[in-house]
Design a protein around this ligand. Structure first.
Ligand SMILES: Cc1ncc(COP(=O)(O)O)c(C=O)c1O
Length: 463
């Protein structure tokens, strides 16, 4: 690699990363080598320094590089690094006790589990979805919403004399619901993630997301027309094989598929279709939930409640919340032992850590922070868009924000340039940059990031 290569290129290409600082300890210099010996290194090839990383700044020890963290462990970090709450001796003791043992929560109950359930319900509970299941991983959370819906629909069909059928899940183009067995049949973003694996031929329809590259009037007309088209596609499937369709699943904002937003009217349409056709409505809030959009759950912006909701990422513990429609079937999976379960039933250490994060979220009013700082971030991105012709379709709710670049190559160049300037962002869809900061980011950090993004725009303009 030439000496003029950028830091991002070196980070992406190096198999053995040399530190710049002389006093760096040996283990940090070999972290990538040691992992790479046995594991495919397809991550960012940075090595996090957990001591030096603070608040919204992630410190990359491999390159002695401080990054503004707008990536947030792929949107899964609720609160910035080294929050002072975790310096309290009693908090440290609580975490250590939990980390020393991995309780099988499904069989053996504990005070820590009870505290977590109490706290989760109090801080982010969404009545009437009061039945819960905890499991490790967002994909498995989604997978269990699917199993709950299949069981519900098949039992209904059997009771009505229609036989043991009703396991299909209607879903959308550009959806990402994870990479586990059943979710393989739903996820359709990057074919690399799904090609060649066994899949079901479940109904897939077009995605009536808002096109932010259009002016407001054209944007409305366009999305209304596409909602009608998608609704017609859904109704066609319902007429042809409605008896086999257990549920409709949607991300209230599609994340990996390109930060695709929908109108509230669309969720109301889906709610009506599900109610009228004996299907359950599932929201996958693994990425857009848990306060990121400036409300506790994204669907609360639209006043539409699902029957089942999958959560994960910023919640730290993944799982399912289920509402009263499940109880139309007496022996549903939330009432029948052993129908859905796993050894660990969620992760005990994660539950204890999550309890502390929930306390911080509540005490520091971080849902409101996400709303206020997110609105500031959006306004600054709109400024940038008005100055820089390469940036279009700025969009966001709370701290869940994105914009488009003209094509995948430009997006790549922009992402790398921003990384070199110390702004760590994520890519989504074919040509978007997305932002997934922790909930306690400040306006000052946002302004610092915007300054660097502006510098990157200028660099690309003057090429
Ligand atoms: C909307 C959505 N659903 C499900 C998942 C899968 O979660 P996990 O990677 O924890 O299995 C993701 C992960 O990015 C996601 O964004």
């Amino acid at each position: 690699m030439s000496s003029s290569s950028t830091l991002a290129e070196r980070v992406a290409a190096s198999s053995r990363v040399q530190p710049r600082e002389k006093n760096q300890t040996q283990p940090q210099t070999t972290v990538l080598d040691r992992i790479g010996e046995h594991v495919l290194l397809d991550g960012f090839r940075i090595v996090i320094d957990l001591e030096k990383s603070k608040g919204s700044y992630l410190y990359d020890a491999a390159h002695s590089h401080r990054l503004i963290d707008l990536y947030g462990f792929f949107g899964s970090n609720p609160v910035g690094f080294n929050h002072p709450h975790f310096d309290k001796p009693e908090v440290k003791a609580d975490l250590l006790r939990a980390a020393e043992i991995k309780i099988a929560n499904s069989d053996v109950y504990s005070e820590g589990y009870a505290q977590f359930v109490d706290m989760l319900w109090r801080v982010v509970g969404m009545p009437p979805l009061d039945r819960m299941l905890f499991i490790e991983g967002g994909a498995l959370a989604v997978e269990n919403t699917l199993k709950a819906a299949m069981d519900w629909k098949v039992r209904k069909n059997m009771a009505a004399g229609r036989g043991e059928r009703g396991t299909e899940i209607l879903h959308f183009r550009h959806a990402f619901h994870g990479r586990s067995g059943y979710t393989m049949s739903l996820t359709n973003t990057d074919p690399k993630k799904t090609d060649l694996f066994a899949k079901f031929n479940w109904p897939r329809v077009s995605t009536p997301s808002i096109d932010y590259s259009l002016g407001e009037e054209a944007r409305n007309a366009d999305v209304i027309a596409r909602e009608k088209k998608s609704e017609a596609e859904i109704m066609q499937f319902v007429h042809e094989r409605g008896v086999d369709i257990a549920a409709i699943i949607i991300e209230p904002i599609q994340g990996e598929g390109g930060d695709n937003h929908f109108r509230g009217e669309w969720f109301r349409t889906l709610r009506r279709i599900c109610d009228e056709n004996e299907m359950l409505l599932i929201f996958d809030e693994v990425q857009c939930g848990m306060c990121a959009t400036g409300k506790t759950w994204c669907c609360q912006h639209f006043g539409v409640q699902p029957d089942l909701m999958a959560f994960g990422k910023k919640a730290q513990v993944c799982g399912v919340m289920a509402g009263p429609r499940l109880d139309e079937v007496k022996e549903n999976v939330f009432r029948t032992p052993s129908r859905i379960n796993s050894t660990w039933g969620g992760n005990f250490t994660d539950m204890v850590r999550s309890t502390h994060f929930l306390q911080i979220i509540e005490e520091e009013n971080l849902v409101e922070n996400a709303r206020v700082v997110g609105a500031h971030f959006l306004a600054r991105l709109l400024d940038l868009q008005s100055e820089s012709p390469i940036i279009t379709a700025v969009r966001g709710r709370g701290l869940f924000l994105a914009f488009d670049l003209p094509d995948p190559a430009t997006r790549e160049e922009f992402w790398k340039g921003a990384f070199d300037l110390g702004v760590f962002t994520l890519r989504s869809g074919e040509r978007s940059i997305r932002f997934r900061p922790a909930l306690d980011i400040t306006k000052e950090v946002v302004d610092e990031a915007i300054g660097r993004l502006r510098e990157q725009c200028e660099r690309m303009r003057s090429r």
